[in-house]
Design a protein around this ligand. Structure first.
Ligand code: ADP
Ligand code: ZN
Length: 440
């Protein structure tokens, strides 16, 4: 640690990553009190805390947070843009906004200190899996209000990697940049990584043979373990799941360590709870529920008990990497990603899990829900290689996909096999996996 500090890597403190739970919770408690105190300068929180008779000085333990009121996306939309600011606007140096995947996007403000804290969090994620100043880091996430661009950019610069702000899109150039600059590490959305596979093939470039890529960070979208493996195999890299949301800065909230066994959350900066998405009680450890965050150390906009609508479960056992910060499962989806069809609840990731197990299936799929003659129909469009689209091979593959989906979903969807590149993916922005055209 001393050696790293002397080299000026202020974000990396091994002692913080492995802080005993008791000390970690004491640190959280101290920061929670400070957070509540500063949140009281926001009319919205002042009113809520007064109603709940909460005095920051009297918060005795982290568990006390369960009595705090929630903050929701609706609150953020209602108070858009400046209603949740805890500092004068002149102290803010940047604003970001969520992508607006589930409705109008929300604005999140940062002071300079907030930007520094955020950059450190991202830097810790990068450094923790071996990114160093000798690396060449290509950031293939969109720059702008989306946090994946600037969030990763500043984190990579903090590690002192040479950072290429290539952004998403412009795909042939993207590949060429990778070859020309000898990119070793990249950040990319999983659907774009899949899209780029075809661009690589069309250009006759094999990332394993013709690039120096060794690590990819996959973020901003749900993706299955099998999709990760396919990306790792094609690019010849270690791919790490990186999760975050704009309301909690963006990337840098939760990340995989080198063991790739669940995602750690930086608990010195966040208190995380997992609650029943339909209620407000915690779910038993190991059960899937809604992630609720309280941000510690945030100056501009300290959100408390923010209901993220993202679904995951806690992993109880401590990680073998030695970090004491808690772990969560892969994000299963968002509360409102859930499809209710023929009385069963289905998440797109369940469909992806099944499809990616089938070797002949390519990586892109689309679920279409329609009403026909008063009946709800679900069709799963699946891209497969041309050679599997004809004759007996096609019938056998089709039957296998239908059976596998039925076994997982407990209902039988229709399946349509389509040639590669039939389902539109722009490569820019989050992939749309479900189109719901049902009348109700
Ligand atoms: P929006 O909520 O409008 O998409 P953001 O750009 O802030 O706005 O995206 C954050 C959301 O993206 C998260 O709340 C989560 O639903 C999803 N997300 C981000 N990273 C991941 C990941 N690694 N796995 C699954 N979902 C992710
Ligand atoms: Zn770990």
């Amino acid at each position: 640690m001393e050696e790293n500090k002397s080299r000026g890597l202020s974000f990396w403190e091994e002692a913080l990553e492995t802080l005993p739970r008791h000390d970690l919770e004491s640190l959280q408690l101290k920061r929670l009190r400070e957070t509540v105190r500063s949140a009281l300068s926001v009319a919205f929180y002042k009113e809520k805390f007064n109603c709940a008779a909460i005095d920051p000085a009297k918060i005795a333990s982290i568990d006390g947070i369960r009595h705090f009121p929630f903050t929701t996306k609706e609150d953020m939309r209602r108070l858009f843009p400046y209603g949740l600011l805890a500092v004068p606007l002149k102290d803010c140096v940047r604003v970001h906004a969520s992508s607006g995947t589930t409705g109008s996007s929300v604005a999140v403000f940062h002071t300079q200190k907030d930007i520094d804290t955020w950059s450190n969090l991202v830097a810790r994620c990068l450094y923790g899996v071996g990114v160093r100043e000798s690396d060449i880091f290509q950031n293939m996430a969109g720059y702008g209000l989306f946090t994946g661009g600037l969030g990763f950019h500043y984190g990579a610069q903090e590690v002192r990697a040479l950072t290429i702000p290539s952004s998403a899109g412009n795909s042939k150039r993207q590949v060429q940049l990778m070859v020309d600059f000898g990119t070793t590490v990249g950040h990319i959305m999983p659907s774009y990584a899949i899209y780029l596979m075809k661009v690589f093939k069309d250009m006759g470039i094999d990332p394993k043979r013709d690039t120096k890529l060794r690590i990819l960070f996959l973020g901003a979208e749900p993706h299955s373990e099998k999709t990760r493996k396919r990306i790792e195999t094609f690019y010849g890299v270690d791919a790490y799941n990186s999760y975050g949301l704009s309301e909690m800065n963006g990337p840098g909230v939760s990340f995989e360590c080198h063991l790739k066994d669940g995602l750690h959350i930086w608990e010195d900066n966040y208190i995380v709870e997992i609650i029943d998405p339909e209620g407000d009680e915690p779910v038993p450890v190991g059960e899937v529920g809604e992630l609720v965050y309280t941000m510690l150390q945030k100056e501009a906009m300290p959100l408390i008990r923010y209901r993220s609508q993202d679904l995951a479960s806690f992993i109880q056992e401590p990680c073998k990497c030695g970090r004491t910060h808690c772990r969560i499962s892969r994000i299963q989806g968002r509360v409102d990603d859930m499809i209710t069809w023929k009385g069963v609840n289905i998440f797109p990731l369940q469909i992806e899990n099944v499809l990616m197990e089938i070797r002949e299936v390519q990586e892109t799929y689309l679920v279409v829900l329609e009403t026909e003659n008063d009946e709800d129909r679900m069709t799963v469009q699946v891209e497969v290689e041309e050679s599997f689209l004809k004759g007996g091979k096609s019938d056998e593959l089709h039957a296998r996909i239908v059976n596998s989906l039925q076994a997982e979903l407990l209902a039988k969807p229709e399946v349509r096999l389509v040639p590669p590149c039939t389902i539109p993916i722009s490569g820019v922005g989050k992939a749309k996996r479900v189109i719901d055209k049902r009348s109700s």
